[in-house]
Design a protein around this ligand. Structure first.
Ligand code: SF4
Ligand code: SF4
Ligand code: SF4
Length: 246
């Protein structure tokens, strides 16, 4: 019997689902090996039974989502969180930089009490998660590797070295030479330095290294005459819901 796989989304832009839906031929290959039982972006059917693999996109931001992920966990043998929103809170984590009442008022005005909100949480803050795919959006080649590992029951270890390593390997000219602050030195690799390869700086979407050298990053900012605190503000864009390393 083919493994039953379901995709779910919480608070997110659904951009990671779109990356999966756009896999084209690789998606068709994949569909030959699994039974896709739920995936709102591409089908309307719902499944009432158990899942071999539940793949969750988006952050947990209210009680309803807490309940929902717990229910998914009860019905799933294996859970994967994919995309920055699900893995570490991603952009949704910016909400956590202010009091929740203020965050509610900023969005809903005086009706904020009608929409009770929680601080942004990663899926793994609420339930056990066996696999993660970081990134905003996910890097499709990595998603496929993690998915294959999950279907085979093999461990997949996300790299814990800096994006700069991949960037140097790809022989890109460092963007700091153009006076652009890039988050590559403190960001987890695995995307093949996707953004610098295309002339854009790294925004840190894959999350911080487990032991980022913040002093080194500040020294680089100073060396290139950039405001050192810019690095902390940049970190907040994707990492405000998680731990901030000083
Ligand atoms: S990680 Fe980024 S692309 Fe994916 S759902 Fe969240 S905001 Fe959208
Ligand atoms: S462009 Fe960014 S990722 Fe590439 S080497 Fe420079 S700091 Fe690192
Ligand atoms: S280069 Fe940085 S911002 Fe771009 S995909 Fe990789 S980790 Fe994310």
């Amino acid at each position: 019997m083919r493994p039953r796989v379901a995709f779910f989304d919480l608070a997110c832009c659904e951009g990671c689902q779109l990356q999966v839906a756009n896999l084209g031929e690789e998606l068709l290959d994949l569909l030959g090996h699994i039974e896709l039982v739920e995936f709102r972006e591409v089908m309307s059917e719902k499944w009432e039974g158990e899942y071999d693999l539940a793949i969750i996109e988006g952050s947990v931001t209210n009680e309803e989502a807490v309940h929902r992920v717990k229910e998914i966990r009860k019905r799933s043998k294996t859970v994967m969180a994919y995309g920055a929103c699900a893995v570490n809170g991603g952009i949704n984590g910016i909400k956590n930089t202010k009091p929740m009442e203020q965050a509610g008022r900023d969005v809903y005005g005086d009706r904020f009490k009608d929409f009770p909100t929680l601080p942004t949480m990663a899926v793994s803050d609420v339930i056990e998660v066996e696999y993660i795919v970081p990134g905003c959006p996910i890097y499709p080649p990595e998603f496929l590797k993690v998915l294959k590992s999950a279907l085979a029951g093999l461990e997949y270890v996300i790299p814990d070295h800096a994006v700069c390593v991949e960037c140097r390997f790809n022989e890109n000219e460092c963007l700091y030479e153009q006076g652009i602050n890039c988050m590559g030195p403190v960001t987890r690799a695995g995307c093949g330095s996707w953004c610098p390869n295309n002339g854009n700086k790294c925004y840190g979407c894959r999350g911080l290294l487990s032991n980022p050298n913040m002093n080194g990053a500040r020294d680089v900012m100073k060396k290139y005459d950039l405001e050192p605190d810019l690095i902390l503000k940049s970190i907040d864009m994707y990492n405000a819901a998680g731990q901030k390393e000083e």
